[in-house]
Design a protein around this ligand. Structure first.
Ligand code: NAD
Length: 419
């Protein structure tokens, strides 16, 4: 498995990867448009881009887009269980330096990030902030050579902001997550559908009639709750934010503290980006056959360590679906408590990642174009770029919209005109 340029599960999976990617591309018209422009203009010529993203079909297409723009890419995964081995094999086959396979150990996970860092990236593309953190903590001598970075997810943006507050962040990072066209689609529609899909693939349970407890009512939680309800579940939301809890109640969901929900829920899905939101005391209260899944970025939302320590019996029932005997009852954990949509399913549908990765590709182009001009810190992509992504997506869907008239523009900028 170990080679200099790549480390993947099985290079012979490349052809399956190619086939999967060829279908994903059909669902990614916005990224395709950007790729065509990159091919013509080569805005990333010779730039070294180091990436830590879930290695999936869509990511492979993003890598191809950056390469089309002239970039040199080295990539590892941002989660030990999320790599699609055929996509990784495809990338290796076309000559990309790619490090990752599904089921890699924690040690290998960090070793693979090191491999990407040794490529001396000028731009980092991160998902969760592990690449940026390691670069800053272990290789500060390389930071002068980094022009900027991009961050894909809420948890990564939170870490970057904390890093900046502590005066530690040394280069500008674009929070791609904060693009409207990212979090609105990816977190809401993407996580909404794919987290439920992951649970169904892991367990094959019927969602209709079940009490589904959604822990955290952010963009992801709202999407998960909406899709669970769409399948006929009774949705219970637990929150710590009064505003979000109020919104959940107004959306028609039951809202209660976790320790109450624990006693009645059938399926628990965490999407908070926070740690230990389903502690062991809550798990002890759960009914027999309760199912636990996490769709937040890290595997610290459910207290898996306590489950492992305290279970009187445990066994893998199906792939990534494990039974734990606690207090004379069985609870089932999907995907080892890691991102259920990527571990037990295939992650977001391609059409969702079309928008997220259009944002990533344009953010990389923006960083290169504005090298040296951007302030160190966590920054947003200009609104016009976000709007352009939405416009291109609408165009690809054959949807036309209206434009403001001159009179309306003047009215909206006027403070004198009232009733
Ligand atoms: N699975 C995926 O593919 C995917 C996609 C996008 C984002 N994410 C990740 O999902 C997580 C959530 O993202 P988001 O954009 O919805 O974040 P968000 O910040 O919009 O929402 C998180 C919510 O969780 C709530 N919360 C925090 N602690 C809680 C607790 N102890 N109990 C109950 N609620 C609590 C917060 O009040 C907030 O409303 C992040 O880790 C993010 O990185 C995963």
């Amino acid at each position: 498995m170990n080679q200099d340029k790549y480390c993947v599960r099985d290079i012979s999976l490349a052809e399956t990867g190619r086939k999967n990617i060829s279908f994903s591309i059909k669902e990614m018209p916005v990224l395709t448009k950007i790729k065509q422009r990159f091919e013509r203009e080569k805005p990333l010529k010779g730039i070294r881009v180091g990436m830590a993203l879930h290695i999936t079909t869509e990511t492979a297409y993003l890598v191809e887009t950056l390469i089309a723009g002239g970039a040199l890419v080295s990539i590892c995964s941002c989660n030990p269980l999320s790599t699609q081995d055929n996509s990784a094999a495809y990338l290796a086959k076309i000559g990309v330096s790619v490090f990752g396979y599904k089921g890699e150990s924690k040690g290998e996970y960090y070793e693979f990030i090191e491999r990407v860092i040794s490529f001396k990236p000028q731009i980092t593309v991160d998902d969760g902030c592990d690449l940026v953190t390691m670069l800053h903590e272990k290789h500060p001598e390389l930071l002068d050579g980094v022009w900027g970075g991009t961050e894909e997810t809420t948890t990564g943006v939170r870490r970057l902001k904390a890093m900046h507050r502590a005066g530690k962040l040394r280069y500008p990072v674009i929070a791609v997550n904060d693009n409207f066209t990212k979090h609105m689609f990816d977190n809401y529609y993407g996580t909404g559908q794919s987290a439920i899909d992951g649970i169904i693939r892991a367990s094959n349970v019927l969602i209709a009639g079940k009490k589904v407890v959604v822990v955290g009512y952010g963009d992801c939680g709202k999407g998960v709750a909406a899709r669970a309800r769409g399948l006929g579940a009774i949705v219970i939301v637990t929150e710590v934010s009064p505003k979000r809890a109020l919104q959940a109640a107004m959306d028609g969901h039951l809202v209660m503290p976790l320790m109450e929900a624990a006693k009645i829920g059938d399926i628990f899905i965490t999407v908070t980006g926070n740690k230990n939101v389903v502690p062991f005391e809550a798990i002890r209260l759960m009914k027999d056959s309760a199912i636990l899944a996490n769709a937040g970025h890290f595997d610290n939302e459910i207290d898996v360590a306590a489950l492992e320590r305290n279970a009187t019996e445990k066994e893998e029932i199906r792939p990534y679906f494990k039974r734990y005997r606690i207090n004379g009852k069985d609870v089932y954990l999907c995907g080892e408590g890691r991102l259920v949509n990527l571990v037990c399913g295939e992650g977001h549908p391609s059409s969702v990642l079309d928008l997220s990765f259009a944002g990533q590709a344009l953010a990389v182009g923006y960083l290169v174009k504005n090298r040296g001009k951007l302030n160190v810190g966590v920054i947003k992509l200009p609104k016009e770029i976000d709007d352009e992504i939405a416009r291109l997506k609408l165009e690809s869907m054959g949807i036309r919209i209206d434009t403001l008239t001159k009179e309306q523009i003047a009215y909206l900028n006027n403070w004198k005109e009232g009733t």
